[in-house]
Design a binder for this molecule. Structure first.
Ligand SMILES: Cc1ncc(COP(=O)(O)O)c(C=O)c1O
Length: 421
């Protein structure tokens, strides 16, 4: 049983009341995008109703709009523990931001410079770097161990050379849930003289992020995976963002983040991101006080956010343990990723599995008929399903827990799966 009860927060999410198959829908699709609390929905419509304007005007809605945009950058800086809000770049999604910033990084490279990527990553953290081969960059790949889907750090060490300029790695795998040891990887990358780029899209809804403690140079995430609207956020060390030459129009600002925030941004989404961060901070204040001692260097909203994510982590863990124990007891079920309970701090509550005799798509369809929402396939983590030899046969079923899920939902999903055996 979780040591804290987060079930009261469910009332804040209108989608959790949607009825499907005669009961409230079970959202185990969080790794593809989480549900939003009412406060986020309200903030978006309030922006459109009362502050809808472009930037830089002398009139009231433009000034109000500017305040919201500044506040959303500050909120994300607090969430990630950035040194300043000028290190936060908004964009339409992580993939677009990765292409934007990788192209600017490409301008720093000379032919023969090397970039290291991994087979454990989503394609959005591979394709932008592979595209730099057009500028003469050499891209090397780090393998993972198919037995437990953990990154092979020995292989990472082997791929690093004096020509490595950047290492691109995921904080956690969106397919199999493995959390990578980012602080250790940062040391390895920096020892080789390379920058570290971290894709935190899958990790962000599950645990605290502290870019300063991690020691990375860039980190990207997507607020629609942590209870906000569809948007992407990139963080970079200020001096690096300042140094990179952006692809930009002349009238746009020359300093970060403006030089990377191409065109007119999605202002209403930024209003929603601000509300999502406030939702999490409230959760931290209400349920996370017991975790404060873990974060002695933090105060104010930054502390509340760390408390929130620590509370979420501690709530999700026992739920997930019960889920995987139930999965393993199902005859004919193959499970991918770390299986050792003692190492569950090295994974997110995202389960990847297959059921003998059924395609992953058939399992997802069966669960959908029962009102349980999961994904099947490769989720764009194509290199993972290829490495596991599953790409030709439909990939895996992915069921991911979020802090608004319950033990009762876990048991119901397991019962629905047992019907298929
Ligand atoms: C780990 C990971 N990286 C990157 C992405 C791409 O994010 P976006 O949809 O914001 O481009 C996803 C989306 O599922 C993801 O899970």
């Amino acid at each position: 049983m979780p040591s804290i009860d987060l079930s009261p927060v469910r009332a804040q999410f209108p989608a959790l009341a949607i009825k499907d198959a005669g009961r409230p829908a079970v959202f185990f699709d969080g790794p593809g995008g989480t549900q939003t609390p009412q406060a986020v929905i309200d903030a978006i419509s309030r922006y459109l109703a009362y502050a809808n304007a472009n930037r830089g005007g002398a009139f009231r809605t433009s000034r109000d709009s500017e305040c919201i945009l500044v506040a959303s950058h500050e909120a994300m800086a607090d969430f990630l523990n950035a040194a300043s809000a000028h290190e936060i770049v908004f964009g339409p999604n992580m993939t677009t931001l990765a292409f934007t910033l990788s192209r600017a990084i490409g301008r720093e490279l000379t032919p023969g410079d090397e970039i290291v990527i991994t087979r454990l990553d989503h394609d959005a953290n591979r394709a932008p770097w592979l595209a730099l081969q057009e500028c003469g960059a050499i891209v090397r790949e780090v393998d993972f161990d198919p037995a437990d889907c953990t990154l092979r750090l020995d292989d990472l060490a082997a791929q690093l050379t004096f020509r490595t300029r950047l290492v691109a790695v995921g904080y956690a795998s969106n397919a199999v849930g493995t959390i990578n040891p980012i602080a250790q990887i940062a040391e390895m990358a920096h020892a080789a003289g390379a920058w570290l780029w971290v894709d935190a899209v899958h990790y962000a809804p599950h645990a605290p992020i502290d870019v300063q403690r991690l020691g990375c140079d860039f980190l990207v995430c997507s607020p629609y995976k942590f209870f906000g609207p569809h948007a992407g956020v990139a963080w970079g060390r200020y001096e690096l963002l300042e140094r990179l030459r952006a692809y930009k129009v002349r009238p746009a600002g020359d300093l970060p983040p403006d030089k990377f925030e191409t065109g007119t941004q999605n202002h209403e989404a930024q209003a929603g991101v601000l509300a999502a961060i406030e939702y999490l901070a409230d959760l931290g204040r209400t349920y996370g006080a017991a975790f404060a001692s873990q974060f002695p260097d933090f105060g104010g909203r930054r502390l509340a956010l760390k408390q929130a994510m620590a509370a979420i982590q501690s709530y999700e863990q026992p739920l997930f343990e019960r889920f995987v124990a139930g999965l393993w007891a199902i005859p004919g079920l193959s499970f991918y990723g770390i299986r050792d309970f003692d190492r569950f701090d090295q994974r997110t509550p995202t389960a990847a599995f297959r059921l003998r005799g059924h395609s992953p798509q058939a399992v997802a369809e069966h669960l959908a008929r029962r009102g349980v929402y999961v994904w099947s396939g490769n989720f764009y983590a194509l290199a993972v399903t290829e490495r596991l030899g599953l790409e030709g046969s439909g990939g895996v079923v992915r069921a991911g827990l979020a802090h608004y899920n319950t033990l009762e939902e876990v048991d119901y999903c397991l019962a629905c799966l047992r019907e298929m055996v």
